[in-house]
Design a protein around this ligand. Sequence first.
Ligand code: DGY
Length: 408
Amino acid sequence: ATTCDREARAILAKNDRGGYTVPTANLYPYQWNWDSVFAAIGFAEHDMDRAWTEIETLFRGQWSNGMVPHILFHQVDPGYFPGPDVWRGVGPIPSSGISQPPIAGTFVRWLLDRNPGAQPRARALFKPLMDWHRWFMTWRNEGGAIVVTHPWETGRDNCPDWDGPFAAIEPEGVEQYYRRDTTHVVEEERPRRYDYDRYLYLVKLGAECGWDEAQLKDTTPFRVADPTMTFTLLRSTRDLKAMAERFKEPVDEIDRWIAEMEDGSERLWNAEAGTYDCYDIRAGKHTGVVSNASFLSWYAGVGGDRMLEQFDRIAGLTKYYVPSTDPAHPAYEPKRYWRGPVWAMMNMLVATGLGEAGHVDRAKALTDNTRALISKNGFAEYFDPTNGAPAGGRDFTWTAAVWLAWAS
Ligand code: DGY
């Protein structure tokens, strides 16, 4: 093992809170949904049992309607805002009221492939995974494109895709609040106050109706179909199908979901801009941003090589790629969270898709570029694409985890 491998393992150990892993101390002191799934593939490099436990703990927080929350507040920590009292989740563990990119099905299959002896553990997760997917297909399905009711749900908190939908929102009645994130990370690398006002407004709307999806569907001003959600859910559904076949479970419902989302992916194709992007359901229009999520189309198995030209163009613009926002877009900011920085775990998903589609050289070049970025600049939350400068939280779980997954 190299020094970096050892450092990555030490970061997972340090962020381990016993059965679950925090993304990083202080800034994110709870269990986050897709962060945890990445943590699991990092643990898989040296501790398979701990890898499975991570995902099992996440599913202990599943709501009775099938939703798996984006944050589980296992132990209250005053260093984070908004906490459980603001969210007022209605599940078995104090939680937020929204979900996160559903990559768990994909990586449960990934773990099972590497650890076939753990089939009973994968089987026990199969029904909860089906219930979660069914929740998306019931409540978040707009003609097969998957919508979010909060930017935090996509993980891409302040990407320019939300600028249009946010301009239409007047954040009325948000009580005075005190941000904690900017006590841990410099302001220039975090979302603006303008965005936070709207994040909290949307939390308030959800909490006030007890996170009733039927009501939110009719009333929320924020309902946006998103490539992260659509492409990760489609991909994860394909992986559920593979597991269903292995476990001799019926696949009819799964097949219907796949067909619906293959159609729905077309709703995210913005022919004019030549990219997959978001579609704002309330405004009835595309958001017109090429983002790192646009390049998850290969990972989802849709669109052939539609995104290849955009990929090659963007890969040549900055020293490190894939930037979260197209550097040619006027809203691009290389240090501000999802408005420009490179995210290693997104690169892992993009590279996986590229490789599977036969673009093996591009997949390898992207992986090598990202590994060089990490080995020179450490295990930061995200990085400035122009020079690799580390940004956001440090000693970050998912950056360490993808490093280990690539090493194993
Ligand atoms: C945050 O607090 O910034 C998180 O991204 C919310 O999930």
